[in-house]
Write a protein that binds this ligand. Structure first.
Ligand SMILES: [Fe+2]
Length: 277
């Protein structure tokens, strides 16, 4: 029988008959069913379809070791946060999760108290907190990876190949506490010099994310935790372009004195609760 509008979806689904991997089959069936439905509903012209193909082509071409345009696309379309919600349904009082984002990269190990701001300067800030389990017992020796943008709104990976700055890995002490020095993070636009930037412009959306520090926390026997701490009062908290803000992750910056330098600094407290695996 000729392939036509009425039998198109069935014809492709039938071609999956020999797939043995049940999960792959389920995913392919769902993708084709929905994709065909979109095409039938929207009835794109051939020019429009080519435009879509070129958009995805440019998205791939923009990717390299330090730039991930597909993660950015997934982020601005709310897919990353939907995936996060599905995979991290809260069962207890554990800290909420949020997107990994496109700027995670290898970092260096530091000791508690070290400064992760190597080349940038800004308002000095001490970040500290305690990691506990849901029964309020300290989680010692947990690995905490942190990364953030500087006062210019840029991550190190956006600046040059050799720069590692404003990112580090440290471990919690016996009482579950951690502390590092840094500079105050700033709200920033996601990179707009690629196809995702063009998309946002066409959709009349701004590209900004409210100020935050990324955390990835791991400890044996606990679920890995990928989250951010957001800064209270930021003007983009209500309209994060990647939909990643959760109220429980917003913290106030306090004013204090750095014990070591005796200078004024900002204090950011972020306690984290981990869930057993
Ligand atoms: Fe970020």
């Amino acid at each position: 029988m000729d392939f036509n509008e009425n039998n198109a979806t069935e014809a492709v689904l039938n071609s999956f008959a020999r797939i043995e991997d049940k999960r792959l089959k389920q995913i392919m069936n769902s993708i084709i069913t929905h994709l065909h439905q979109v095409v039938k509903e929207v009835e794109p012209t051939e020019e429009e379809w080519m435009k879509a193909i070129m958009f995805l082509t440019k998205t791939g071409q923009k990717c390299d070791d330090r730039r991930q345009e597909f993660i950015l696309l997934s982020d601005v379309l709310g897919v990353s946060m939907l995936l996060d919600a599905i995979n991290n349904r809260k069962s207890n009082e554990e800290t909420e999760t949020t997107v990994l984002g496109p700027f995670h990269a290898p970092s260096v190990k530091i000791n508690n108290g070290d400064n992760i701001a190597k080349t940038v300067s800004g308002e000095n800030c001490i970040v500290s907190g305690k990691i506990t389990d849901v029964n309020n017992q300290p989680v010692s020796g947990a690995s905490i990876e942190v990364w953030q943008s500087g006062p210019d709104g840029l991550y190190d990976v956006q600046k040059g190949d050799d720069i590692v700055d404003l990112r580090a890995t440290l471990e919690t002490l016996d009482d579950g506490s951690y502390m590092f020095r840094t500079v105050k993070p700033q709200y920033y636009p996601i990179p707009v010099d690629g196809p995702v930037g063009d998309l946002l412009q066409n959709l009349d959306r701004h590209p900004f994310r409210p100020a935050h520090i990324h955390f990835m926390v791991k400890s044996k026997g606990y679920k890995d935790l990928v989250t951010h701490v957001f800064i209270d009062g930021d003007k983009y908290l209500e309209s994060d372009t990647v939909f990643a803000v959760k109220k429980s992750l917003i913290r106030k910056l306090e004013h204090g004195i750095d014990d070591e330098s005796k200078e004024k600094c900002l204090l950011l407290n972020f306690d984290i609760v981990m869930e057993k695996e």
